[in-house]
Design a protein around this ligand. Structure first.
Ligand code: NAD
Length: 291
């Protein structure tokens, strides 16, 4: 199976990152989101991230220009029709993803592979909503995509070997390292990481420590490069809550119950870095803890 053109649904943090690394690896990229403004914003972010790589000496300016030229806006879903692989990186909400597949599948080449970047939702269940469960697979990138080496590849029950091999070859071509995970809620990385983040939020909720105390404790006491609350803001608190809900529902174990304080932050729209405020307030020059 030859992949030359990659369609991406969702031009947010992850979709933009996937577009960035795919274009750098030489793929033609078509980027789709709900509005032309969101796509333009996504492309502007990619351009800014690439420019930063150039100024820090990690990237040649000619390579940046060539890569950027490979990314095109796809204002209509129909514009993804020529893609050999479509990676869905829309909001972590099963209803949204289902609606996207229902609209998208009739427009795609029957041979095209459809992948999801979901952090937690069952690949088998999502695949069953499509016209191509055998050509459906989880390709789970980590944030920020241009920096993080790992990609989890997750097969659904119906995923054919040819799809699995194509997904692995694609990920390898991006110079990423693959971990194969079975299709259980939140796979490997988030099954382990999110309960730790949720516990950090309980630690804050119960007043065991302040935002600063908890992050400093885990950075200096457990040698984590980033504190768990800072990391939660980075991931997006809506995404963190969705993953905890998927773990809670999918494994029916109360140990995965989302912390009420996480729910409150999401209800406030304090979704972390992308919203300008979460456990830290990012609107000033330096992040300031919000508790
Ligand atoms: P985000 O909020 O930055 O971006 C989501 C994008 O999806 C937005 O631009 C939104 O406009 C778009 N969108 C929503 N509905 C849409 C629709 N119907 N059609 C097209 N686009 C639509 O979120 P994100 O962090 O990029 O997360 C996207 C996916 O990647 C989620 O499934 C998430 O679980 C997964 N993921 C996130 C992380 C992370 O750390 N944030 C890491 C790995 C995987």
């Amino acid at each position: 199976m030859k992949i030359e053109t990659v369609g991406i649904v969702g031009a947010g943090q992850m979709g933009g990152g996937i577009a960035h690394v795919s274009a750098m690896a030489g793929y033609k990229v078509l980027l789709y989101d709900l509005s032309p403004e969101r796509i333009e914003k996504g492309i502007a972010t990619i351009s800014g991230n690439m420019a930063r790589q150039v100024s820090s000496g990690k990237l040649d300016d000619k390579v940046r220009q060539d890569a950027l030229a490979k990314i095109s806006a796809a204002p209509e879903m129909q514009d993804l029709a020529g893609a050999d692989l479509v990676i869905e990186a829309a909001t972590e909400d099963e209803t949204i993803k289902r609606k996207i597949y229902a609209q998208l599948c009739p427009k795609l080449n029957p041979e095209a592979v459809l992948a999801t970047n979901t952090s937690s939702i069952s690949i088998t269940r999502l695949a069953a909503q499509t016209d191509r469960p055998e050509r459906f697979i989880g390709i789970h990138f980590m944030n920020p995509v241009p920096v993080m080496k790992l990609v989890e590849v997750v097969r659904g029950i119906a995923t054919e070997d040819v799809t699995f091999e194509a997904a692995k070859a694609f990920v390898n071509s991006l110079d990423k390292t693959i971990t194969v995970a079975e299709d259980f809620p939140a796979f490997i990385v988030n099954r382990i990481l999110l309960p730790m983040i949720n516990e950090a939020i309980y630690t804050l909720y119960e007043g065991v420590g302040t935002v600063e105390a908890i992050d400093t404790a885990m950075k200096l006491g457990a040698n984590h490069p980033m504190g768990p609350l800072q990391l939660a803001d980075f991931i997006g608190l809506d995404t963190c809550l969705s993953i905890m809900q998927v773990l809670h529902d999918g494994l029916s174990d109360s140990k995965y119950r989302p912390c009420p304080l996480l729910v409150k932050y999401v209800e406030a729209g304090w979704l972390g870095r992308k919203a300008g405020r979460g456990f830290y307030d990012y609107r000033g020059e330096h992040p300031v803890p919000t508790r």
